[in-house]
Design a protein. Structure first.
Length: 77
């Protein structure tokens, strides 16, 4: 996956994430717009979005951080 795809998925994540969203719901929302995206791609894009946009929306960044960490932990088990 190239940088532009990661950025597009990250932008989608920033748009759709809400405080009450579960990781599963967030993945579903991303896959509607990016059907080719794997869980790993979504987690990477979330980290990318956190780094790129943390100062613009701290609340969404915290939600994405929780999602990304949960996905990374799940993948390593």
């Amino acid at each position: 996956m190239d940088a532009s795809e990661l950025q597009a998925i990250g932008d989608t994540l920033m748009r759709v994430v809400t405080p009450d969203m579960t990781p599963k719901d967030l993945l579903r929302a991303v896959r509607k717009l990016h059907p080719h995206a794997k869980k790993k791609d979504s987690a990477r894009a979330a980290f990318h979005a956190i780094i790129a946009k943390a100062d613009q929306d701290p609340g969404k960044s915290r939600n994405l951080q929780a999602f990304a960490l949960a996905e990374r932990i799940q993948q390593s088990e």
